[in-house]
Design a protein around this ligand. Sequence first.
Ligand code: C2E
Ligand code: MG
Ligand code: MG
Length: 679
Amino acid sequence: MHRTETPQAARVLVVDTAFPHVDGVVSGLRARGLVAANGFADAAQVDLVIAGLQDAPTGVPWIAVVDAADGAAREQALERGATAVLSAHVDVDAVAAAVELALRELDRSRMHERLADLLARVEAAAGVGSFEYEPASGRLWLSAEARRLLGLESARVDGLVQAVTERLAPDERRRFGEWLSLVGPLQGVREFECRLAQHADAVEWVRFSVPLAPEGTRLVRGVIEEWEEPQSGAAAVAEFEVQPDARAFLGALERAVGAAWARNGSIAVYVVDSEELRAFSSGATRGNQEYVLHGLATRMRAALRDVGIPEGVDGAHVPPLFGRASAGGLVVAVQGLRRHDDVLAVGARLSSWLSKPVHVGGRELVLDATLGVTASSPECRDAEELVRRAETAAYCARRQGRKRVELWEPAMDSEAFERLSLEMALRRALSRDEFVLHYQPRVEIRTGRIVGVEALIRWQHPDLGFVAPARFIPIAEETGLIVPIGAHVMHTACRQAREWSDAGLPPVRMSVNLSPLQLHDRGLLATIEEALRTSALPADRLELELTEGALMRDPASDVQLLHQIKSLGVHLSIDDFGTGHSSLSYLRRFPVDALKIDRSFLRDATSRPDDASIFSAIVLMGRSLKMTVVAEGVETPAQLALLRVMRADEAQGFLLSPPVAADRAAALLAKGTLGQAAA
Ligand code: C2E
Ligand code: MG
Ligand code: MG
């Protein structure tokens, strides 16, 4: 047992004069499987030497043997690198124990050296360095490649945070400190991209990234890599920051357009529009917003390099300009694109770079970005008008769905005009009482019993007739009208539920959809309380449906808000699950009672057998998180049958009943069940 743990075939040399009983020691070591020899064999061929002070070897690990009473000799031995010190009169057992310990130590340090060497070589080949940071103590460790990238080869081991900070461009230092302070508690962004101060040997840009680690991890481990190819242009870099002030940006754009015009060129203006970004911007802290915008601008800059537009083209030295668009998005103005095809190609490139996830606030933000673009022309050289056109194009691109990049054209203005009139009508709709609610039953699959209804808003426009929620809810969200409209829905739905129960109908739970904007509205809690109070509906008979997108903000404050809502007794569900980018493990932190699986999953599960397993996996995970699993969009008996097999809890869909007006819904409730219960 003992022997197998001993490093194999270790050669131990015991110098003759080491012990008075040297022969006994040697044979004792041999008997224990330690290959031992005595004499003055070539020290280079052995792993460990046991010797007196006078015979101390160099370059080989050794155990010193000294007179037990000689304290000075012991000191001297340690100074000369002895791994252990033995007294000349110890017995063979003690020598063997010391030898085994030394050999094991030796083995460990060799292994460590090998790994360190391997790591260094792999990192050098990949151009990626690694680091380790201990938030509690503020200590930082850098690998050799990390030091090379940062130009910190000769920095001292202690005080590395300070050394790295000093290597950054002065205007990046504060951000770095902030990033470090947040990276530990998992609230901050996972990546940090920054510019270094000018340095001959180091790269110009680096990116730190840290994988998500479990909460409470003592050490944060991450990698450092070069972020963009070093290219010249300090002037360009100085202008690279996102202009927070719209006027300053427009001024710079105006000048760029003028300069391009003087050279017969034009400027392409791109506006990035993303629902996720908007939702995020409306709720995120300023700091987090800046991180995200800065990160996105950095990506866009990289995207521009990809297509060969580093910092201005044709020696014009007009770098891309970055500004903020009105609704929380980004504007970038690029010079040097000659053909429409190029303008679209650059747009496509920008959009693909933007689609890479950003980590912020402990979660992943995936932007489904749409870009609108226009170019300055003899007909239009006004900066404000250019941005407006690009915004209109982005808006139209989004309305049409799917399309990633859209070039502005005059006809779009009439579409935008149409939208504007819709927006004005929507503003009046509430006071004119043009909204009604329809109700769609939710059924317990096992029994066919109606367990709830979902309130779905309908708009009866005086001229346009029925306007679908998909058409007006986005406008209501963009304009903030969703907050009063949502409050109206909440009150009406609660009152309706109460009326039904007063009329003696079986009790059901009333579901109300919440838009992200409502969740981020300070008055939400009060609105819920008031709706419950004035209707006298028991709180547990109300359920609020949130989409994953609604939970995109700072999760910490969302979790708190949801707990407050839950503490009223109200139920919570995740709507359209699977269409956002969150994972179930992410959702686990929210106190959610039910998971409504988006209808696209059920559709795919019945049409493509392979996809049935995806659906089934979602059901299983939902159940394991103790959530009620609800299938949305049940349209066929085959789908209902599949749901039974997969053991989903509840179902909602046209097969059972479409959303219906209140009187129809009351009749369904009186009946109590829908569809056929399981045999
Ligand atoms: P949702 O909350 O996921 O509601 C379900 C939608 O799917 C409803 O569309 C419903 O009519 C439709 N649906 C139900 N069963 C089936 C089916 O079997 N097949 C198909 N193809 N569709 C089915 P609707 O009423 O047009 O509402 C669309 C979305 O508008 C809702 O999706 C919800 O996100 C939003 N919405 C509706 N009312 C409100 C509201 O009062 N407030 C807010 N913030 N959003 C609302
Ligand atoms: Mg819903
Ligand atoms: Mg839904």
